[in-house]
Design a protein around this ligand. Structure first.
Ligand code: SF4
Length: 315
């Protein structure tokens, strides 16, 4: 899996002052499962060290202005941003991680100013704007927001789900492979968006007898929209209840009650989701419930990332 990342987050000394903002989660944890395509439009445009720049809202369009002499550097930075963009898209990307608050890389967190110097609302940096325009469905997040357990869990789940679809697409799939993919992702999709899950079910059902290419591209669009949604405790709880129903004939009343209690405690934020999930996995193995064992929702990404062990990973 390839992820494009702001070079300063990878420890490269590309910031305006020659420093970096090395993010250990990205390089040391995510780096075990992904390789990185670094980018830094500002170093290409202005070198290092360089005067700092800011975003200025001029008649509802953002300009890049030098903090040193007030020069308008928008065109220069835009050219180099497109150059960096063309470089990273030579890779089959499964996502992008940006450095927060930067006038190039901030994703909704770049400080913008009015022409009179007063603060305006926060905005996307120039490079982020280009990436969003070109790749509206690609998973993108900034490292600042990844400090939040819930956003991090949602983003990593989206990354791996997105990548799994890309792998399917490259494998020259048959309709059966798409149906199997949909089956495997049933609970993950339900935890994201029940309505889109049903739309996807209709697409693979193909009652309209669409050509396969059209079916696959409809499926791709809706799948990528679904996985971009954030999960919620309520939706996760419904999925957990649904999964627990698979053992209703096997479990004793005490075992059923215990599992139900764990789901309730998760819903009340007393225990993290990993608690009821581990119990469900245990029963799925014990009773050889292959339908559940194959579900992406149980292991949406490598468990070593341990993102579901935090009480704060669900909202
Ligand atoms: S935030 Fe973006 S532009 Fe700024 S140093 Fe990091 S990679 Fe370069």
């Amino acid at each position: 899996m390839k992820i494009a990342v702001s070079a300063c987050l990878l420890g490269e000394k590309v910031r305006f002052d020659g420093g970096h903002k090395h993010d250990r989660f990205i390089t040391d944890e995510l780096g075990k499962y992904a390789s990185f395509a670094p980018f830094c439009p500002e170093i290409i445009a202005f070198g290092v060290p360089r005067p700092s720049i800011r975003l200025v809202n001029k008649e509802d369009s953002y300009r890049i202005i030098s903090n040193k002499n007030g020069d308008d550097l928008t065109n220069e930075l835009q050219d180099k941003s497109y150059q960096e963009f063309r470089k990273i898209v030579q890779n089959d990307l499964s996502g992008i991680i940006f450095k927060s608050k930067s006038p190039s890389c901030g994703m909704g967190s770049a400080k913008a100013y009015l022409e009179n110097g007063f603060a305006d609302s926060k905005a996307d940096g120039l490079f982020v704007t280009i990436c969003k325009e070109k790749f509206p469905l690609l998973p993108m997040e900034e490292e600042g927001r990844l400090q939040d357990d819930w956003l991090r869990e949602n983003f990593i789940m989206q990354l791996f789900a997105y990548n799994s679809f890309e792998v399917l697409k490259k494998s020259n799939p048959t309709i059966k492979m798409v149906v199997d993919f949909h089956t495997k992702n049933k609970f993950l999709l339900q935890a994201k968006d029940e309505k889109i899950y049903r739309v996807l079910g209709n697409i693979v059902g193909n009652h309209e007898k669409l050509p396969f290419d059209e079916l696959l591209s409809n499926y791709e669009y809706n799948f990528k929209v679904a996985i971009s949604k954030k999960s919620s405790i309520g939706r996760n709880r419904n999925v957990l209840e649904h999964m627990s129903g698979f053992f209703k004939n096997e479990l004793s009343s005490v075992e059923k009650e215990t599992l139900h209690e764990q789901i309730e405690e998760y819903a009340q934020k007393i225990v993290p989701i990993v608690v009821p999930l581990s119990t469900i996995k245990l029963y799925a193995k014990k009773y050889n419930t292959s339908y559940l064992l194959g579900q992406a929702f149980l292991d949406p990404y490598p468990k070593e990332l341990a993102l579901r062990s935090s009480l704060l990973s669900s909202k």
